[in-house]
Design a protein around this ligand. Sequence first.
Ligand code: G3H
Ligand code: 13P
Ligand code: ZN
Length: 354
Amino acid sequence: MKSADLCPEKFRTITLILIQIMVSYKTLGLVNTREMFKKAINGGYAIPAFNFNNMEQLQAIVQAAAETKSPVILQVSKGARNYANQTLLRYMAEGAVEYAKELGWANPQIVLHLDHGDSFELCKSCVDMGFSSVMIDGSHLPYDENVALTKKVVEYAHQYDVTVEGELGVLAGVEDEVQAEHHTYTRPEEVVDFTSKTGCDSLAISIGTSHGAYKFKPEQCTLDPKTGRLVPPPLAFDVLDGVMKELPGFPIVLHGSSSVPQEYVDMINKYGGNLEAAIGIPEEELRKAAKSAVCKINIDSDSRLAMTAAIRKVFAEKPAEFDPRKYLGPARDEMKKLYTHKIINVLGSDGKAE
Ligand code: G3H
Ligand code: 13P
Ligand code: ZN
């Protein structure tokens, strides 16, 4: 049947269905990670990948990125999709591009990325809905299954110029609702085989980072006598060096890269919280990583801490306050401060998307 054989009403209905089924991120003003990562590796900086679950987080991310002219990756996790709805988050990201322009960022470089995708179907649905980048996390699978799944996602996503992040090695902590007691470092001897068989565009590796605010047990740390703070063991930069030697110039991703700022932990505890021995990755280590082939650094927990600290402060100091804007507003300001700090002082991505 030719389109000419269809009555105008049927033709319009089918066209509408097709438009609803597939949305290209390009029409939303989003970009994929390809050029961004190339420039980051050559320029010795990393792109911030911030998770978002709500409007205030998104506003803070966009304000920080627009003011610093930093490329930015907006990440949607499985948890975020369950909490806020994937469709709504996608439209919020579309709104983020327009908001960035309104803030005076003429050429926003914003990626909408699926964080820790755990199935082909989920990655496909994100590609179809307008995400410009997806992660397929097969790191808990046997190697050959990880290769096969990642390859399948890449083959689909690349048809639409959507970039794909794969993962090798296992991070300690909770990932994809899978609890791993110990991490397994990425094996540099596997990375060439994995990336060439799958065709993925970037590779998340395990070098000692982990998700959440409790990245190390106190007994793994040493005590800094000057500050009285616990200093965690260093990241396995030898593993990163091994990966970079095998895959020169290939974009590497670090998950679990929150630093767990002590000032937020202290603030949360001061205002009625109870976070004990929360320990993150020291910023000096992330600065060092950002100068290497690590070109995407994932940060989520630090934003949660900033938000919680600010909200707790308002609740403690103004117990009669019940207008959510009066505590979500300060929380948004604190997150913006945090994102701006990360961009300028840790990742070095400011001014890279003028
Ligand atoms: O990978 C972990 C991210 O921080 C997302 O966490 O699944 O609780 O949203 P979530
Ligand atoms: P953090 O828990 O260290 O912020 O890591 C976030 C992350 O890796 C999201 O994928
Ligand atoms: Zn992660």
